[in-house]
Design a binder for this molecule. Structure first.
Ligand SMILES: [Zn+2]
Length: 419
């Protein structure tokens, strides 16, 4: 933990050097120990010694989710590793592909420290009770949990919001670790019954796994009466890759654990421009993942954080490439632009926007009581105001929304293939 804690305060130049060193080491290791990467590098006509500078990374071919799915475990697991000796995790399948990833235990420990670093940065004390929302509860407790430290009180994300709130009332957690879509549904219930939940006073909320818009954050903060911090991660890289410190002006990237590139059509974008994120894990030697196309869009920031940490900042992650609405003219619209226009109505509990064709968008809404015609027209009007093209919008009230196996709610999905 000490070195992980120290790293965050190193100057950016030192961190970048450390990152490059780790990168070269894992490239060399993957070439010599992973059949998958040996074949990939050979096909591309490169060897580890060709990768001298950070720019050389562009010569390495990408790794796709489908390749991971098709090659797990045999050609992806490094020499000497067997599944029973690894820590195993599966992805949520929100991209449509459910993947399994194996970690060596040293990598697992490192990732746990990275997880702790982000929580301690926002003032979490390891002895404080934590409510941790996830679809399943782990049977195996971590060693520190036996000591009563960083103990996760698991609450199933599949439960009804009323039941989740009952557990929260009983636990009285200081910190809640949860998906924003669940926080919003709970907040709507609290808003309608303030006195019943007056004893629920968390000091911190961490939002992760889904897109957190500023208006959602403000609403959750207003109802729960505490700050909400955003985290970004992926199971493939030990869950955590970027997180907000107390400043909350961008997310610090764990560059001692991952190397994130921001690309457009394969070339790096300028700092401050939106790019497709491509990730190389720097710590997992059981199953290296190099230049992995995670599918998320983000913007690398040039700003230095006022907290003094050297870890660079990524501006808010915009969501997955598949979450962008693709319009007939070729223009794309970020989910961040659309969701506030629907969320702001009191009667809207949760919703999902599905683009089925370039000129056809469906909005499914779960509402408290009837959805007034007036609200439906206002939503439609404001969406068309942003879209400003010849697109049909259909709004339907539904009883519930489909979620991924892990209970994640994708608020905006485009089924339009732009290729
Ligand atoms: Zn900071």
């Amino acid at each position: 933990m000490a070195s992980v804690d120290r790293n965050q305060w190193l100057p950016i130049e030192k961190l970048q050097k450390l990152q490059l060193l780790k990168f070269k080491k894992i490239i060399n290791y993957a070439y010599n120990n992973s059949k998958f990467y040996k074949d990939k590098f050979t096909r591309a006509g490169i060897q580890p010694q060709d990768i001298k500078h950070k720019e050389d990374i562009l010569r390495i071919p990408f790794t796709t989710k489908r390749e991971v799915l098709e090659n797990f475990p045999y050609s992806l697991l490094a020499k000497g590793y067997k599944l029973p000796n690894c820590h195993i995790e599966s992805t949520s399948g929100s991209s449509g592909l459910k993947l399994t990833v194996a970690f060596d235990y040293k990598a697992k420990d490192f990732c746990d420290c990275v997880y702790g670093r982000a929580l301690f940065a926002i003032g979490y004390k390891p002895w404080q009770p934590m409510a941790y929302f996830w679809p399943y509860c782990r049977h195996r407790k971590e060693f520190h949990e036996y000591l009563g430290l960083m103990k996760k009180n698991w609450i199933s994300s599949d439960m009804k919001a009323e039941d989740q709130l009952e557990i929260l009332l009983r636990l009285k957690p200081k910190i809640i670790y949860c998906f924003p879509s669940i926080l919003i549904v709970m907040a709507k219930i609290i808003e309608n019954s303030r006195s019943r939940y007056s004893f629920l006073k968390p000091e911190l909320i961490v939002s992760h796994a889904e897109l957190l818009t500023e208006e959602s954050r403000e609403y959750i903060e207003h109802i729960f009466g505490c700050s909400v911090y955003n985290e970004y991660g992926a199971t493939e890289f030990g869950f955590r890759m970027a997180w907000e410190c107390k400043e909350r002006k961008g997310l610090h990237i764990d560059i001692d654990s991952v190397l994130i590139e921001f690309l457009r059509d394969g070339d790096p974008v300028k700092t401050g421009e939106k790019g497709e994120m491509v990730i190389t894990g720097l710590v997992n030697y059981a199953m290296p993942l190099i230049r992995y196309q995670i599918g998320d869009i983000g913007t690398l920031s040039a700003r230095k954080c006022a907290c003094g940490r050297g870890l660079p900042l990524v501006e808010a992650i915009e969501g997955r490439k598949d979450d962008f609405i693709k319009l007939p003219s070729g223009k794309i619209v970020s989910p961040r632009a659309l969701t506030p226009l629907i969320r702001k109505y009191k009667e809207v509990i949760e919703f999902k926007v599905v683009q089925k064709a370039k000129d056809r968008i469906y909005v499914y809404i779960v509402s408290s009581g009837v959805l007034p015609i007036d609200t439906v027209s206002k939503i439609k009007e404001s969406l068309l105001g942003i879209i400003n093209e010849n697109v049909d919008i259909f709004i339907e009230r539904v009883g519930e929304l489909s979620r991924t196996e892990r209970g994640k709610l994708q608020t905006v999905i485009s089924e339009v293939n732009d290729k």
